[in-house]
Design a protein around this ligand. Structure first.
Ligand code: DGJ
Length: 673
């Protein structure tokens, strides 16, 4: 709900938080409150605080989320409030506020947007800039929003870092009295970072304490600058583009930023995750209620060495253990028999599939599964028909060497003709063989990209996916960039799930999933069971352990089933069936991280606990105490039939006398009274 309480004072209320904006004496909107819910009376008593989007100019010496240069080389903004508009939304629980301002002298207008939605604690904020004059204005930086945290004695920063095969590693560090920059300069959101941030006063735990957070809905380069000043104030400013990327805003043109959404919780990091998961499931995912099928993906089993007969054999084995969707990964098209050729030629390799994909697709369907394909529409190998026909389509700059990454160049998706070509090819592919699922990969960062590419490129990727979804409402899309290199709210808004990481070693995967789940819900987290020893790490884990780790997300099978013995296949069949029973709880329920090595999902009367002991270094002797149960409730252990008290499951927990590593457990409880 959004209310205009008195001139220059807006109160935004979500189910468990409030946000107050107040016009300062200088005409700039300022944050007066971000925290627990307030009454209008309380909101009126608040003074204006830090600016909602500080620019350059005057005595502003902090992070400038807005930097502009006019035709006469003058920089900075001096605001004059114009007006505001509130669209209350349908049922009063929602709302969209636009605060409009203009520069006092130059023809630049800005809209600050705020949106709240029913049942969600997220506040979406973004910015629109308009050039109302007749000369271009250079935009040196335009953040979506600056977020201010109330003043505390101390602050702690939480974010994720990592690399290929090691994404989403949670880092929690004291916030320096300085500017701390989280950023991607890669053209995708990155393996080494992810576009979200959390601050607390250093005292929050998994279920206690105040935490403030924000996540950017953008899949290209980005920057979030967290600032703690000498006077002890803290906050951050963030948006698309990294430093140095500029825009030319022509006469009459507008620039709209992606949303940078903020969530506050007084219930610790777990409370923050609950709110994000609810928000993503209700308001971000395009098809939140769609059942995420159990996938088989061919990549680790066959890599580039694909044949029709071998894929058919894998499909039979996959169907036998309960797989619902068979996905043929890289290597099925053009001359793609390795990394060096074929990318861009999106037709079946005539030697491998002499009759096209139809025989395989029909085979898969007869086995009762849907069929999916891997594509990487943004890339091209120089050794491809596409490149030979359209060498001018790749990202490059005059007098600069075109960098190849994984023997690939990137198509310039900022060009509408390139985006139209990609749409037409994919549309034809999906239509021709009734493809149910596309894994949309992107395996190389931007290089040799000029200023004008960074934003339109991503917008055109979005547009192609959006058009495909609109034309094929049943099509599912998995977002991927060499694993989790492009996992963000922008991608999640137009896909069904994300391929989380190329590291499928279950022991290592636990930490990756732990980080992914800080913001993004389990139903979006692609997780495969692969072979042991693991293809990348050589790590060995029991089959049940691998399943129990992957069951914490959207389960897939990625191993070479031809090498699994009959006992393995039988056990896998049993575990897939178990997963299908718990899937609604894992995907739709509340997730509680009970420890770094255990997670609980709760949906109405159903409780699922997955726990793992990946190495001896994980202490597995302390009991696992469940969360969020009714202390007066009774819960039936679905394996033993034992009736347990909610109060005891929470205070005494589940016994865990686990002597060895590689042990894991799936527990199910149902509330019976
Ligand atoms: C990177 C992805 O993350 C893998 O799963 C696989 O699809 C390969 N690309 C194929 O080239």
């Amino acid at each position: 709900m959004i209310n205009y309480e008195e001139p220059g004072l807006w109160l935004l209320a979500t189910p468990s938080s409030a946000y107050v904006v107040r016009l300062g004496p200088d005409g700039a909107p300022r944050c007066a409150h971000w925290g627990p819910r307030l009454t209008p009376d309380q909101a009126r008593a608040l003074p204006p605080g830090r600016e909602e989007l500080p620019g350059e100019g005057g005595e502003r010496f902090g992070v400038a989320g807005l930097q502009v240069r006019y035709g006469d080389a003058v920089r900075g903004v001096e605001w004059r409030h114009l007006d505001h508009e509130i669209d209350p939304g349908g049922d009063g629980a929602a709302g969209h506020l636009v605060i409009r301002m203009a520069d006092r002298h130059y023809p630049l207008e800005i809209d600050l947007h705020y949106r709240v939605r029913p049942g969600s604690d997220a506040i979406d904020r973004w910015t629109t800039l308009r050039n109302t004059g007749d000369e271009p204005i250079t935009i040196l930086r335009c953040d979506s929003a600056a977020w201010t945290v109330p003043q505390r004695e101390d602050y702690r920063l939480t974010h994720v870092t990592g690399g290929w095969g090691a994404e989403f590693q949670v880092r929690r560090t004291a916030l320096a009295t300085a500017e701390t920059v989280l950023t991607s300069r890669r053209g995708h959101s990155g393996h080494h970072a992810n576009p979200w941030v959390m601050l607390d006063a250093g005292d929050a735990t998994e279920d206690h304490g105040e935490v403030w957070s924000a996540a950017l809905a953008w899949s290209g380069s980005w920057r979030i600058t967290v600032e703690r000043d000498h006077d002890g104030r803290a906050g951050w400013s963030g948006g698309f583009g990294h430093e140095g990327v500029t825009w030319r805003l022509g006469p009459g043109e507008a620039l709209e930023t992606p949303a940078f959404s903020g969530v506050y919780s007084a219930e610790g990091f777990g409370g923050i995750s609950h709110r994000w998961h609810d928000h993503v499931r209700r308001h971000v995912l395009p098809e939140p209620r769609r059942v995420r099928p159990v996938v088989f993906n061919s990549w680790e089993a066959t890599e580039f060495d694909i044949s029709q007969a071998q894929q058919m054999e894998l499909a039979e084995l996959a169907a036998g253990i309960g797989v619902e969707l068979f996905v043929m990964d890289d290597g099925w098209f053009g001359g793609r028999t390795g990394e060096t050729a074929g990318l861009g030629d999106w037709w079946p390799n005539p030697e491998r599939f002499p009759d096209g994909l139809t025989p395989l697709v029909e085979h898969v369907k007869r086995l009762g599964m849907a069929f999916g394909l891997w594509v990487e529409p943004e890339s091209v190998n120089p050794d491809s028909e596409l490149y030979r026909t359209h060498p001018e389509w790749v990202l490059r700059q005059p007098n600069r060497h075109p960098t190849e990454v994984r023997n690939q160049l990137l198509l310039d998706f900022s060009r509408d003709d390139v985006a139209d070509w990609a749409y037409d090819r994919l549309d034809e592919l999906v239509t021709g063989d009734d493809i149910a699922f596309l894994k949309w990969d992107m395996n190389r960062p931007f290089t040799e990209a000029g200023d004008e590419v960074w934003v339109p490129y991503i917008r055109n990727v979005y547009a192609v996916i959006d058009r495909l979804r609109a034309a094929h409402p049943h099509l599912m899309i998995e977002g991927c960039a060499s694993g989790g290199g492009r996992a963000d709210l922008g991608m999640i808004a137009r896909t069904d799930q994300i391929w989380t990481s190329d590291d499928t070693d279950a022991a290592q995967r636990i930490a990756i999933q732990h980080g992914y789940g800080q913001i993004y819900p389990a139903c979006t987290m692609g997780a495969w069971v692969t072979d042991s020893p693991n293809a990348i790490t050589g790590g060995r884990t029991p089959l049940a352990f691998r399943f129990h780790v992957a069951m914490a997300g959207a389960l897939g099978i990625g191993g070479d089933l031809r090498r699994w013995g009959p006992e393995d296949l039988e056990q896998a069949k049993h575990l897939v069936a178990r997963y299908k029973e718990i899937r609604p709880v894992v995907h739709g329920g509340r997730m509680d991280r009970l420890a770094d090595w255990a997670v609980q999902y709760t949906l109405d009367a159903d409780v699922v606990v997955l726990s793992w002991r990946p190495t001896m270094l994980v202490r597995a002797t302390a009991p696992l105490r469940l969360r969020g149960l009714d202390p007066d409730g009774r819960y039936r252990d679905e394996d033993t039939g034992e009736i347990c008290h909610g109060a005891l499951l929470m205070s005494h927990g589940l016994p865990r006398p686990w002597p060895f590593e590689g042990v894991s457990e799936l527990k199910r409880f149902t509330r019976v009274g």
